[in-house]
Structures are given as structure tokens and as C-alpha cells.
Design a protein. Structure first.
Length: 556
């Protein structure tokens, strides 16, 4: 009888064929995964690395969270602490999911703990090697000064950097953990025959990674707070980090408890129990908000440019996205009717979106010039209204309206500056056509029979729109609002064209503030920290939008 080779015995069985399919799939997605890591994930980790250093043109000393503290004050410690708690919550949900799979499948997943732990250690060994190797590789730029720059010189310096006494031990640890992980995983796959073996290994790996991240973040935060207190004691001041951290944490816990009581109230069977839950929820929510009121005091020590940029960005987002959606849905419903020339109007409304953004911004800049002969100022004079400074006006638009009527309003009610109002108008003009086309596609997916049935039952046009058309457009509205909010927080090119020093920074959104810090002031570490703050804000807004609006989306 002919003896079969190891690979033949491995891949001819049912289990072997399944393993072969998995390996083939991973081989196919490997090139894309490598590209995503190099051009997507690696830049993010590198920016995080830069944000933890004093970095101006060249790499400086490691300073921990000081760039974040400069930007948002002591809130950076609170955020780092909550990220650690969030990673710990991730461990809880992963373990909960594993136990759920165990109950449903009647499995004993515990053998997968060992390969899960070994793979997690391999990940942390890779991060340790990456952290140690990156400075050595970056220092090659200093070593090649004055030398002829070619491939051979760079390769020699790269090998020298990777073989340095600080990097080579980390590389050996990474290789050992990799080999141990592969061997342990193969042994468990061979000994423990279970269809969900790989799934359990993956979940245990994620759980251990989340646990390690949680411990690392909490330890790092404690170390940074201790260092800040030591520095403050030497200067004879009190940073007040721990009271703020405890107060805000307690407030968040009370808010979560109040929300849970509110959710449980609707499930109560008696009126007494219902009102007791509602009362408890209100008390906890009020208490939580009072404790979270410590946040404004925490932010007071942050960079004023950061909060001014956030305020301008908030004005830009609130003034742009709602009006875009309202105008777009009105135009889409109008153009969806069988009107003469509706196709031509669809093209006309879409033209601003395909027009080069810089060109349209330059045209708007001339239209809203502060010259008395500018088209918009000439129109105002024809209507008997005074000419305006437009892009050079830092005062709020509501303040200008109040001044025209001889009234005064408080500073907090001034609204966006007149310069920012022009930018908002340009953004609406640009994106209304795009949103209209998307809404038209959404209207085309609504069955005509629903509208016809409602009209037969006596529903008016508004009732049909309110109770049928608008709810069925909720996926489109959700998509456009989400993309719109993210886009306004990332907007840069056209705002840079409109920017004027005479507007006194009232048009400088958060993205512009980051650009100025990076390219004009060359504060790379601080700009990277601000970029991560912006990323956190966008992520939080996305989650809130998904929680509030996403739950109301009707997909049919």
C-alpha cells in the first residue's frame, strides 16, 4: 500500500479540505491586508507615536499625554481612563459571547485559552518590537547626512538599526512568541476536535488583547497623573486631576444607571413601580449631569484655539447639514413629479457638486467681496440695505441683525460670524444637488402602490409624505446626515480659500487649526494630538447619531 505524504493526509480529509479553503482565502486577501496595514493602519499608529513626543521637524523627547493636556486640559486624563475602562468592558462582552456560544453549542471552549493567550502575547511582542524599532529607523535620516544617498547605504543603515542592541532582543521575543503561538494552535486543533475551534481561539485572543490594552491604558494614565502631581507639587500648585476624574466618572456612572432605570420603567406592571423607576431615573440623571458639570472647569485649562476651532466647526455643521437635507428633500420630491423639464433641472442642481471646489470658492469669494461694487453688495444697495464686509466680518450674524434694528443681544447668542455664514452658504449650494440625487434614488425605491392606497383612503399630499414617504426615506436621511456631519468636521480646502485674517479666526475650523499647527508652526507632535482629539469627536458624534437616528431607520 502506497504511503501518503503528510500534506496529502492533512488536506484530503473533510477537516483538511476546510482548512485548505481557509488558507486559500487568507492567501487571497493577504495582499489587500498588507496594503491596508501599510497605507491605513500604520500611519495611524505612527501619528499616535508622534503625538506622544515633543516633535518639531525632528523627533524630540517622549512626553506622554502632555500634548493632549495642552489641547484639552485635564480632560485628556479622563478620556484615557475611560478608554481603559472601555477596553475592560470589551473583555466582559467577549467573555459573555464565549459563554453564550458555550451554552448554545454545548461546548467546552477552555482548551482554546492557551492558543488565545499565546497569540495575544505575540501581538504585544510585535507592538514592543515596533515601538523599539521605529526610533532606530527614523534616526537613519540623521546618519545619512553628508553621505551619498543610495539603496546600498540605506539598506546597510536599516540592517544596522534592526540589529541594534535595543531592537534585536525584541525581535527574538517576537519570533519565539510567533512560533509558540503557531505550535500551540496546531496542537489544540489536532487534539481538540471542534468545528468552532478557530472561532474560540480568535475570541480568546481578542479578550486577552483587550485585557492587556485595558491594563496598559489604566497603568499609563495612573503614571501620567502621578507625574503631573509631582510636577505640580514642585511648583506649589494643585492640578486637581483626581477630584475631577472621580467627579466625572461618578457622573457617567449615574447617567448610565439613570438610563437603565428609565429603560426598565416601561417594563413595570404596576403604576407604583413605574413611577418609582421614573423618579429614580430622574434623580440619577440630574445627579449625573451635576457631577459631569465639572467638565467645563476641566476644559478651562485647555488650548483656547482648540475650543474656538470646535465652536466654529459646530456652527459650520449645524448651519450646513440640516439646511442641506431640508432643501434637498423638498427639491427631490418636486423633481420626482412628472413635470416638463424635470430632467434638465436635475442636471442643473447637480452641476455645483461636480464643479471644482476651489474654482467655485474663488467665484463666491469675488461675489461676497467687501467692495461696494461686489455683486452681492450691489444687490443689497438696490434693496436699500447697507453693504457688508462679508468674508472680512468677524461679528456674529445675529449681532449684525440686532444692530440693524437697534437692539443688543448677549455675546453667547451672536451665532456664526458673517464670514462663516458665507462659507455655510457655499457648502449648501455645493452639496444640495448631490443630496437631491440621492433622495431621488430613495424615492424611486418606494413602492408606488403605497402612495396610491393612501390617496384612495383619502390621505392628503402632506399626510402621504409625512406618514409614508418620509419614514421610508429614513435610510437615505441617515446616510446623508452621517456623511454630512463627518464631512463638515473634516472640511478644509474651500474654507482655506475663504479664510481671511480680518475675520479674526472666526472661520478657522478644527481641521484648519490642525493644519496651521502642523505646517506653519511645525508642531508635529501637538498637531497629531489635536488630530486624534478630532478623530475622537467624530467617532463620538457618529456613535451618538447611530444611537439616536439609526434606531429610527426603517429599512422595509
Amino acid at each position: 500500500m502506497e504511503k501518503k505524504s503528510f500534506f496529502t493526509r492533512t488536506f484530503t480529509t473533510r477537516r483538511g479540505r476546510r482548512l485548505k479553503e481557509h488558507l486559500t482565502a487568507y492567501i487571497f486577501i493577504a495582499p489587500a491586508s498588507i496594503l491596508i496595514f501599510i497605507f491605513g493602519i500604520f500611519p495611524v499608529f505612527f501619528a499616535l507615536y508622534v503625538s506622544l513626543h515633543r516633535w518639531r521637524i525632528v523627533r524630540g523627547d517622549m512626553i506622554g499625554l502632555k500634548n493632549y493636556v495642552t489641547a484639552i486640559g485635564n480632560l485628556s486624563y479622563v478620556v484615557a481612563f475611560f478608554l481603559g475602562l472601555g477596553a475592560l468592558a470589551g473583555v466582559y462582552f467577549i467573555v459573555k459571547h464565549i459563554l453564550k456560544m458555550k451554552r448554545e453549542q454545548d461546548d467546552q471552549p477552555w482548551p482554546a485559552i492557551f492558543p488565545g493567550l499565546s497569540f495575544a502575547l505575540m501581538v504585544f511582542a510585535f507592538l514592543n518590537w515596533f515601538y523599539r524599532a521605529l526610533p532606530e529607523v527614523l534616526d537613519i535620516a540623521f546618519k545619512v547626512r553628508g553621505l551619498e544617498r543610495n539603496e546600498i547605504v540605506f539598506r546597510d543603515f536599516l540592517l544596522e538599526a534592526l540589529r541594534s542592541e535595543n531592537v534585536l532582543p525584541a525581535w527574538r521575543i517576537l519570533l519565539i512568541t510567533f512560533l509558540v503561538s503557531v505550535v500551540v494552535s496546531l496542537i489544540i486543533l489536532r487534539v481538540w476536535r471542534n468545528r468552532r475551534n478557530i472561532d474560540y481561539q480568535a475570541f480568546f485572543s481578542l479578550g486577552f488583547i483587550a485585557l492587556g490594552i485595558s491594563i496598559g491604558l489604566l497603568t499609563f494614565t495612573l503614571k501620567e497623573v502621578s507625574a503631573a502631581y509631582a510636577t505640580a507639587l514642585e511648583a506649589g500648585t494643585d492640578p486637581g486631576i483626581w477630584p475631577q476624574l472621580i467627579s466625572i466618572t461618578s457622573g457617567v456612572i449615574l447617567l448610565i444607571a439613570g438610563w437603565l432605570f428609565w429603560r426598565r420603567a416601561e417594563k413595570q406592571h404596576t403604576d407604583r413601580s413605574f413611577w418609582l423607576h421614573v423618579l429614580a431615573a430622574l434623580i440619577l440623571l440630574v445627579g449625573g449631569w451635576l457631577l459631569i458639570g465639572e467638565i467645563p472647569m476641566t476644559l478651562a485649562n485647555g488650548d483656547k484655539k482648540v475650543w474656538d476651532g470646535l465652536k466654529v466647526t459646530a456652527f459650520f455643521s449645524l448651519g450646513t447639514v440640516p439646511l442641506q437635507l431640508i432643501i434637498s428633500i423638498f427639491l427631490s420630491v418636486l423633481l420626482f413629479q412628472k413635470l416638463v423639464g424635470s430632467n434638465i433641472f436635475r442636471i442643473i442642481y447637480f452641476i455645483p457638486y461636480v464643479t471644482p471646489a476651489i474654482a467655485s470658492a474663488a467665484v463666491f469669494q469675488q461675489m461676497f467681496s467687501n467692495r461696494h461694487t461686489a455683486p452681492v453688495n450691489m444687490l443689497l444697495k438696490a434693496l436699500g440695505l447697507p453693504a457688508q464686509q462679508w468674508l472680512f466680518e468677524p461679528r456674529g450674524v445675529f449681532t449684525l441683525i440686532a444692530d440693524y434694528f437697534g437692539k443688543t443681544i448677549p455675546a453667547w447668542a451672536a451665532g456664526p460670524s458673517l464670514a462663516m455664514s458665507v462659507i455655510i452658504l457655499h457648502s449648501i449650494w455645493t452639496f444640495v444637488g448631490y443630496n437631491t440625487v440621492i433622495y431621488l434614488a430613495g424615492l424611486g425605491n418606494i413602492p408606488k402602490e403605497l402612495n396610491d392606497s393612501a390617496e384612495v383612503d383619502g390621505a392628503s399630499g402632506w399626510q402621504v409624505f409625512r406618514h409614508i414617504t418620509f419614514p421610508l426615506l429614513s435610510p437615505t436621511t441617515y446616510f446623508l446626515s452621517l456623511i454630512g456631519v463627518i464631512g463638515t468636521f473634516k472640511a478644509f480646502n474651500t474654507i482655506w480659500i475663504f479664510r481671511s485674517n480680518l475675520a479674526l479666526g472666526t472661520t478657522d475650523t478644527f481641521s484648519l487649526v490642525i493644519f496651521i499647527e502642523f505646517f506653519e508652526k511645525t508642531r508635529y507632535g501637538y498637531a497629531s494630538a489635536m488630530a486624534f482629539v478630532l478623530f475622537g469627536i467624530i467617532l463620538a458624534l457618529t456613535l451618538v447619531n447611530n444611537r439616536i437616528q439609526g434606531s429610527r431607520v426603517f429599512y422595509g
